[in-house]
Design a protein around this ligand. Structure first.
Ligand code: DAH
Length: 354
């Protein structure tokens, strides 16, 4: 009995030292004290040899029970330590799915870019090419080639941003309109088809729009020093004012999604067209109904301009127009201050992204 008590105490002290082990390595050390080669249980087993046969059996069974109890306690602690470790790992790697997500702000196109895309799509569907050109222009392309005389007021230093380059009498400048693209594009087109033209064959028609940034010394609610224009040009052997009216009316009605939109071609003057017209539009419904709103300048391309394109004005004829995408955007969305487009205030701009 006393010996069984001692065995019970041995089991209790094994459990206690197992429970003290905080790490798996500590536990293996504790195990050696009881179950190892020189451990307490092993010692007791060795002692069996000295006992008489009849005691040997019952004592052996008792030691075995104690050994099994210690092994069970060891396994239990092993499992507990493994569980705790897994627990720690899980906690460290835990994702808190209740945290608010990190939001990525949704970007969007600028309202004027949306308008330019729209203009390109509509004219694209009518067979117009889309061309880009330089914002720093020479005097020749911006003025002279467009039949704009030396003393024209648009050439005043006050009206235009002059930059380095060019000659003293004809310095380079930030283009004041997209009209120089008429010449640049046509010259390339003519160059490409020169042989055919000289052989008297038919030149494929020039049909292009040229959207882009333009600059003038001007700043108020409806003018900004930087603004956008979109040029249009259609040259062929048989292109008339009637075609201009048809094309531009179709464009405006499609752009504003308004079939009953009315257009007015008001006589005007531009050096590079003759005759020239300002194009006004009138909505029949909505907040702007009944008012005439100017949207573009236009006209039949002046013979001198056709000549500067490298073509014979007796044979080639056509029309051009220049419109203001900023103004079209204001009309489409009901914005009354142009400067809002260029302030970069996201609260304003985000209203246009879908
Ligand atoms: N370039 C002119 C401007 O900025 C607009 C314009 C008028 C363009 C008539 C044209 C045109 O192509 O035919 O005021």
């Amino acid at each position: 009995m006393t010996q069984d008590l001692a065995l019970n105490e041995l089991v209790t002290s094994a459990k206690a030292s197992f429970n003290l082990a905080a790490m798996p390595a500590d536990l293996e050390n504790a195990k050696a004290q009881f179950l190892g080669k020189a451990g307490r249980i092993t010692e007791l087993m060795k002692g069996l040899a000295q006992l008489p046969v009849d005691e040997k059996k019952s004592r052996g069974a008792a030691i075995n029970l104690a050994k099994q109890a210690i092994e069970a306690a060891l396994n239990e602690r092993r499992q507990a330590l493994a569980d705790a470790e897994l627990d720690l790992q899980l906690k460290a790697e835990a994702l808190d799915v209740s945290l608010p997500g990190r939001q990525r702000a949704q970007g969007g196109l600028h309202p004027v870019s949306l308008t330019l895309e729209r203009i390109e799509a509509i004219f694209g569907s009518m067979g117009f090419d889309v061309a880009q050109g330089p914002e720093i222009e020479t005097d020749w392309f911006n003025f002279t080639a467009l039949n704009t005389p030396e003393d024209h007021p648009a050439r005043s230093m006050h009206d235009t941003f002059y930059v380095e380059g060019g000659t003293e009498s004809a310095p380079n400048l930030l283009r004041t309109h997209t009209s120089p693209m008429q010449i640049r594009y046509a010259v390339q087109h003519v160059k490409k088809h020169r042989a055919a033209i000289d052989a008297g064959e038919r030149m494929p028609e020039i049909r292009v729009i040229a959207p882009g940034r333009t600059y003038r010394v001007d700043s108020d609610a409806t003018h900004s020093p930087m603004f956008h224009q979109c040029e249009g040009l259609w040259i062929g052997e048989n292109v008339s004012f009637k075609d201009l009216k048809y094309v531009f009316t179709d464009f405006c009605r499609t752009f504003f999604e308004s079939d009953d939109l009315v257009l007015r071609f008001r006589p005007s003057f531009f050096p590079f067209t003759e005759p020239s017209a300002e194009i006004d539009i009138q909505f029949q419904t909505g907040p702007l109904a009944g008012r005439w709103l100017e949207v573009a300048g236009s006209g039949q391309v002046h013979p001198n301009v056709v000549r500067n394109m490298g073509l014979d004005p007796e044979k080639y004829i056509g029309f051009a127009f220049g419109m203001g995408p900023d103004r079209l955007t204001m009309l489409r969305y009901g914005v009354n201050d142009l400067r809002l487009f260029f302030d970069g205030d996201v609260r304003f701009l985000s209203q246009f992204s879908s």
